[in-house]
Write a protein that binds this ligand. Structure first.
Ligand code: AMP
Ligand code: MN
Ligand code: ZN
Length: 531
């Protein structure tokens, strides 16, 4: 190609067309190579996704599974989370002793400990874990419909599963979770692979299974059966919260990959490195409530545990080669993961620690055990209030804070009562828009609310809930606004930036009288005075 650009149109076209031809050719070669990988594994890899061009199919869930639960969901917690245990298999400390309330301190409300804490931190791991483990091969991977995991949906099957698992010295475990159409969250699948290479999928949305899952503590709390999970810090919380299940003798492959200083710490990376399996992430955010589970979802879920035991044995060998103290550190880090306790966010310690884990921020209930019905407002500034992050991220003027609080409380109560996420009830974006449009001095109409919702619907696709509650919301807002107007006029004027001539009060004296952290407050205020 010796023709210069710009010399002659037809010559230029030749350059472009040659280039395109060459690109198409390269694309075709790559596609062929890709197809080859899938079918013949010419690169030695097995692929989870046999057809990457296929998009996940869109199933929908017609009824919320919570409706069929034997013990109904109650989101109006009246006290700290109470572990849902009636028996305690493999106990060193009795159940009764483990369910003692820990008195409140200035840092932490009254709470229950993790009831397996003593066992989790003290039970020795089985002796065999300290010796190099023999080679272990996972069962060959198959995505075929004839080779599917056993699905556990009844109490009978659950009992059989427990008997099967008791024969294993080590099992692989993973969970899938849903958090959109529920307030606190919902564990949707528990995948387990036994040492004898059977893959199981426990369906905890099946009411009988959910109600009786704590029977599996027979296995999960047995120190002689090692549970291999990858990055178990959330799984540990979900198991406690939804079923009263605890893990004694956890091996967390995430902490092993950290100790070995592998370049990456994802499960996908470990699978590529140790078992030459290439996973795909396209179903990670699937709606795991769908039933029956499609083949693609089943395979995706199965891949998360199918190879875990093999990965564990390889990691264990590498850790021992590095030195026995490396393995000991991983076991200790794993104990600490298991020892975390679930707590409702409204009862969590003031300073978030690693030992406590909670779901998304909730508005504390004024009368625990009951919905927040009253319109309760304060001008008190508190960095830790659940709406503070919205004030900061949307740079809301001071005068709008009470309206934000009003809507935030409404959203939280609705979400608790209907067992929906606050995101489902009203997105943060819509909530802030409402705050922006609503003026304390004018009554809100259904029409105004509808206009705001419609303006925002291009950014969020779930406005069904709020549309169905329009009149209720309007009444609540107007009631709130009139309460607001009745409040201490001096404070309200101050909030609006109207200074009374006669009184030389400063903002810190009045509005923020409950604040200790004045420095933070002044910083905060500086960003609001441009209003
Ligand atoms: P995994 O351990 O990767 O199978 O993830 C377990 C659950 O965590 C999933 O079912 C999701 O609910 C949630 N999850 C995992 N990855 C993400 C992510 N990137 N964003 C949001 N949620 C996630
Ligand atoms: Mn997981
Ligand atoms: Zn998973």
């Amino acid at each position: 190609m010796d023709t210069e650009l710009g010399e002659d149109d037809s010559a230029n076209w030749k350059i472009v067309s040659d280039l395109l031809d060459s690109l198409f050719e390269k694309t075709e070669i790559s596609l062929d190579e890709h197809k080859l990988h899938k079918t013949s594994n010419s690169d030695g890899f097995t692929y989870l996704d046999s057809n990457p061009t296929v998009k996940p199919s869109r199933f929908s869930v017609s009824t919320k599974p919570q409706k069929n639960f034997i013990t109904p969901i109650n989101n109006f917690e009246s006290e700290s989370y109470k572990p849902n245990l009636t028996e305690k298999p493999h106990a060193l400390k009795s159940l009764q002793e483990s369910l003692q309330l820990v008195p409140a301190t200035s840092e932490c409300p009254e709470h229950y400990l993790n009831p397996y804490s003593y066992e989790i931190m003290n039970q020795p791991y089985p002796d065999w874990i300290l010796q190099p483990l023999p080679k272990y091969d996972s069962a060959p991977w198959s995505s075929s419909a004839d080779d599917q995991p056993q699905i556990i949906t009844t109490l009978e099957q659950l009992k059989t599963l427990i008997e099967d698992l008791r024969k294993s010295k080590v099992i692989g475990v993973d969970l899938e979770h849903h958090d959109f159409r529920t307030y606190h969250g919902l564990t949707c699948l528990i995948q387990i692979t036994s040492e004898s290479k059977v893959d199981y999928i426990v369906d905890p949305l099946a009411p009988e299974v959910r109600e009786n899952l704590k029977l599996i503590n027979e296995v999960f709390a047995d120190p002689q059966i090692v549970k291999v999970l990858h990055g178990a810090f959330m799984d540990v919380m979900w198991l406690q919260r939804d079923f009263g299940v605890y893990i004694v003798s956890l091996f967390d492959t995430f902490h092993a990959s950290k100790e070995l200083m592998l370049g990456k710490h994802s499960l996908a990376f470990l699978l590529e490195k140790y078992v030459k399996f290439r996973t795909c992430k396209k179903y990670q955010l699937a709606d795991w409530r769908v039933r029956p589970l499609g083949l693609e979802l089943v395979n995706y879920a199965k891949a998360d545990t199918h190879f875990l035991i093999e990965v564990f044995t390889k990691l264990q060998n590498e850790l021992l080669q590095k030195g026995p103290e490396s393995l000991t550190r991983v076991l200790y880090d794993s104990r600490k993961v298991s020892n975390r306790r679930f707590e409702y966010s409204t009862f969590k310690p003031l300073n978030q620690t690693n030992e406590v884990v909670s779901t998304m921020a909730s508005v504390p209930l004024e009368n625990p055990g009951e919905p927040n019905t009253s319109v309760s407002l304060s001008f008190n500034y508190n960095r830790d209030q659940p709406w503070t992050h919205l004030i900061v991220s949307s740079n809301l003027p001071l005068a709008k804070r009470p309206i934000l609080e009003l809507l935030f409380r409404w959203r939280d109560t609705q979400a608790r009562a209907s067992d929906e996420s606050v995101r489902y009830v009203m997105s943060d974006y819509l909530l802030v828009s409402m705050v922006t449009y609503i003026d304390i001095n004018s009554e809100v109409s259904n029409q105004l609310l509808l206009t705001i919702i419609n303006d925002n619907s291009k950014f969020s696709n779930s406005s069904g809930f709020i549309r169905s509650k329009l009149t209720e919301l309007r009444k609540y807002i107007n009631e709130g606004l009139s309460e607001l107007k009745k409040m201490d006029v001096k404070k309200w004027n101050l909030a609006l930036g109207i200074q009374e001539e006669t009184e030389k009060t400063t903002v810190t004296d009045n509005v923020y009288e409950s604040v200790e952290d004045v420095e933070q407050l002044e910083l905060d205020f500086a960003s609001l005075t441009d209003e």
